[in-house]
Write a protein that binds this ligand. Structure first.
Ligand SMILES: Nc1nc2c(ncn2[C@@H]2O[C@H](COP(=O)(O)OP(=O)(O)OP(=O)(O)O)[C@@H](O)[C@H]2O)c(=O)[nH]1
Ligand SMILES: [Zn+2]
Length: 514
């Protein structure tokens, strides 16, 4: 009797699972427009194609012989490949030491990190950031994580496939900055800079001797100069809104002269924790847990205070004389921008990102032309640091919702998916402004209250806030901008009421053609 009840329960649940599967299939067909017939046709075509043989015991040499084209494996360094193929399991090959070092401990034999004193103005007192785990560095390492931000994972792949010697030492000849930034007083002040290494661009010069001794020290900042060309800027020049001056705007096609700096994240954990008003231990535990246990040393090495997180960094674009940026007697225009690949690069019109970025650039150029300078900071924090997958999920939810894509529900839809509406945590953002030695901003090209509060709260004065002009707002992004204004973003106009917000509607799903 009891068994029968269980059996019927199982059958019931199987039935509902298969119903769910059916409705999923129906939905799939509806969304993708693929009939079963088409599906079969694709399958048949695929079946007709030659199959890729998967043979785990095959050697890399055999594989590259089989491949008719040149593949990545052809580029491997023979000695590295030899080391990899010596070990069929790959877990104990001669690339690395026999024993896998899962973590280290402060009191372990031979562990003696190079002293590191954060917020010291003298780089020799501050000390280099050493993040390498290779035999010559593992005992003197004073930072958790790896150089390169998120790109450390690609480096691991290159090493694993034999294209890169794990002990490769970069040749830094001629890589020095094209202009000098700093040192600025802020570099030596407590809590002004906690998420980047202010000496990151000077590492190869300042720590030349240590590098020559074999210490694996990398710069975490690089500064170069370039020309840039954008269609909108060219149009501004053609329409006469921007003038050619041969220095900032180089010619009629709107070519701009810039100095740019790429910055990788370097977190001083006690400082990051203090910025968010949390305990360092809690921060370390969360970073350990929510990166899938990637960095056990966050827990086992409380003596190591610096962490190089595997996240995107930022880029600084300077218009005009870079020396003026930190000179309080010169005017300064700034736009701090968070990545929006869909709009910034691909021209999506659902938000104001690229238009505001271009407007920011225009004003930076004008400031530089009239004797001041301009700075654009571009942070890799896609989709308010929630990522592009979350962002697209929310777009779908917005467009499919019963009452339409209205401004009053804009943030709610993000919260439904991500749990929060924003994970950018602007509290760390002003660090780059302090690295540049900025003490006041004449024109801040942003309406964001979060950016404003963070910058002003860090001790930098903002003299004027400049909203995006109405005519630059694409129609479908009205939903976003009105929702933001109602949520506290700066506006020169009126703040929409709840009722008004419910009437601001984005494009319907059906209006988007495929
Ligand atoms: N998750 C999510 N992110 C979005 C959406 N629309 C824009 N974004 C992201 O929001 C961020 C916008 O950043 P910014 O362009 O710096 O603008 P802001 O912080 O809103 O403020 P302003 O300085 O006034 O422009 C970027 O990271 C975008 O990718 C959305 O619908 N969902
Ligand atoms: Zn955007």
């Amino acid at each position: 009797m009891e068994n029968e009840a269980i059996l019927s329960k199982i059958l019931e649940s199987l039935e509902s699972t298969s119903k769910a599967q059916q409705s999923l299939n129906a939905k799939f067909e509806e969304y993708s427009g693929q009939t079963e017939k088409e599906f079969k046709r694709v399958h048949e075509r695929l079946n007709g194609l030659p199959r890729l043989e998967v043979n785990t015991s095959v050697s890399l040499d055999e594989l590259s012989k089989k491949s008719p084209r040149k593949t990545e494996t052809d580029k491997v360094i023979p000695e590295i490949r030899a080391k990899i193929t010596q070990s069929p399991s790959g877990t104990n090959n001669s690339l690395y030491s026999e024993r896998v070092i899962l973590t280290t401990y402060p009191d372990q034999f031979g562990i003696k990190p190079i002293p590191l004193k954060w917020a010291e103005l003298d780089p020799n007192v501050r000390g280099p950031i050493v993040a390498s785990r290779h035999p010559a560095s593992i005992k003197i390492r004073n930072a958790i994580g790896a150089y390169g931000g998120s790109y450390c994972v690609y480096r691991a792949l290159a090493v694993a496939m034999g294209a890169l010697d794990p002990n490769h030492r970069p040749d830094f000849k001629n890589t020095e900055p094209t202009v000098q930034i700093g040192p600025h007083l802020q570099w030596g002040m407590q809590n002004k800079i906690v998420s980047l290494d202010p000496f990151g661009h000077m590492a190869t010069i300042t720590f030349e001797n240590q590098i020559a001794k074999g210490h694996d020290i990398h710069p975490t900042i690089a500064i170069t100069k370039a020309h840039m060309k954008l269609p909108e800027i060219e149009n501004l020049v053609k329409s006469g809104r921007l003038k050619v001056d041969g220095n900032v705007v180089l010619n009629q096609s709107g070519e701009l002269n810039v100095v740019k700096a790429a910055v990788e994240p370097v977190w001083y954990l006690p400082g990051v924790a203090a910025r968010f008003g949390i305990e360092e231990g809690i921060l370390r535990r969360a970073l350990f847990e929510d990166t899938g246990g990637m960095y056990p040393e966050l827990i086992t090495r409380p003596d190591l205070k610096v962490f190089l997180p595997p996240i995107g960094g930022l880029t600084v674009y300077i218009f005009g004389n870079p020396k003026y940026v930190s000179d309080p007697s010169k005017r300064l225009t700034v736009r701090v921008h968070d990545e929006c690949n869909g709009s910034d690069v691909f021209g999506s019109d659902i938000c104001t990102c690229r238009p505001y970025l271009i407007f920011g650039m225009e004003e930076c150029v004008k400031e530089a032309q009239s004797g001041g300078s301009g700075v654009i900071v571009y942070f890799r924090k896609e989709g308010r640091a929630l990522g592009e997958v979350t962002k697209y999920l929310v777009y779908n939810a917005r467009k499919r919702s019963a009452g339409g894509d209205t401004a009053d529900n804009y943030f709610l839809r993000t919260e439904n998916v991500a749990g929060v509406k924003d994970m950018r945590f602007q509290a760390l953002m002003p660090d780059v402004l302090h690295w540049l030695g900025i003490s006041k901003i004449d024109r801040m090209m942003s309406m964001s209250n979060m950016k404003y509060d963070a910058i002003v709260g860090s001790g930098i004065e903002i003299r004027e806030r400049v909203p995006i002009p109405d005519e630059m707002i694409p129609p479908d992004s009205r939903v976003e901008i009105d929702a933001k204004i109602a949520d506290g973003y700066f506006t020169g106009g009126s703040v929409p009421t709840k009722k008004e917000l419910s009437q601001v509607k984005g494009r319907e799903w059906d209006d988007i053609q495929h």
